[in-house]
Ligand binder design. Structure first.
Ligand code: PLP
Length: 223
């Protein structure tokens, strides 16, 4: 039952926040609905869930018209340049900005559409070679390059390697938080959002300051 799973996750999030000495509600639950049909997403919606994440623009575009308008859609997967328009038209948030060029295109198209997408820079904290994402040193320059555009940079996102140990996970998630703190100091602006933590590692991400956890299989089951 989706509602049972959702309630269990919500309770776990609250418990982890309390354990970390953080306030209730400081971490929002993004339900990652990729590969699941609209009927299942509707079930989660009926159980009160409003934030949903998809990793493919095509799938996002097919699902949004079939579901309630007050869902806040987040694109969490890699975004190709030629899909930016569809991404902006269907998602309020883009978690996967991984180059200056992509941010420039998001800004240009958002401007044409009169949109103001919320964006996060995807950072490759662990330095894992195969992974997409900006290296931490590039983040400041990318944010600065986009400051004039309509996209609103809300913070940072990262994905930890599936085989990371508990102590590696702590250092990856703490690393994202420290990078955010440094950017706030250097740029004199707030970047409040840290999108980090999935089914396997979200308790650690919450301990390290996650404001959005992206959880799929613990809610919807195996893909
Ligand atoms: C699929 C996905 C998730 C959710 O993963 P689960 O292990 O099912 O919780 C989170 N973030 C991204 C970027 C994903 O692609």
């Amino acid at each position: 039952m989706i509602s049972v799973n959702l309630n269990a996750i919500r309770e776990r999030i609250d418990a982890e926040l309390q354990k970390a000495g953080r306030n209730p509600g400081e971490t929002r639950l993004l339900a990652v609905s990729k590969t699941f049909p609209p009927s299942i997403i509707q079930e989660a919606y009926d159980a009160g869930q409003r934030l949903f994440g998809e990793n493919k623009v095509q799938e996002l575009k097919e699902k949004t018209p079939l579901l309630p308008d007050d869902i806040e859609w987040h694109l969490i997967g890699h975004l190709q340049q030629n899909k930016v328009k569809n991404a902006i038209q269907n998602a309020a948030w883009i978690h996967s900005v991984d180059s200056e060029k992509l941010l420039a295109r998001i800004n240009r198209i958002a401007d044409e559409l009169g949109a103001a997408p919320k964006v996060l820079l995807e950072i490759n904290i662990s330095g894992e070679a195969s992974k997409i994402g900006l290296v931490p040193d590039q983040a400041e320059q990318v944010i600065e390059s986009g400051l004039q555009g309509p996209a609103i940079c809300k913070g940072l996102m990262t994905m930890a390697p599936a085989d990371a140990t508990e102590s590696e996970l702590h250092s990856i998630f703490a690393g994202l938080r420290k990078l955010r703190d440094k950017l706030e100091q250097n740029l004199g602006r707030k970047f409040p959002e840290l999108s980090m933590g999935m089914t396997a590692d979200f308790p650690i991400a919450i301990a390290e300051g996650a404001t959005i956890v992206r959880i799929g299989s613990a809610i919807f089951g195996h893909r």
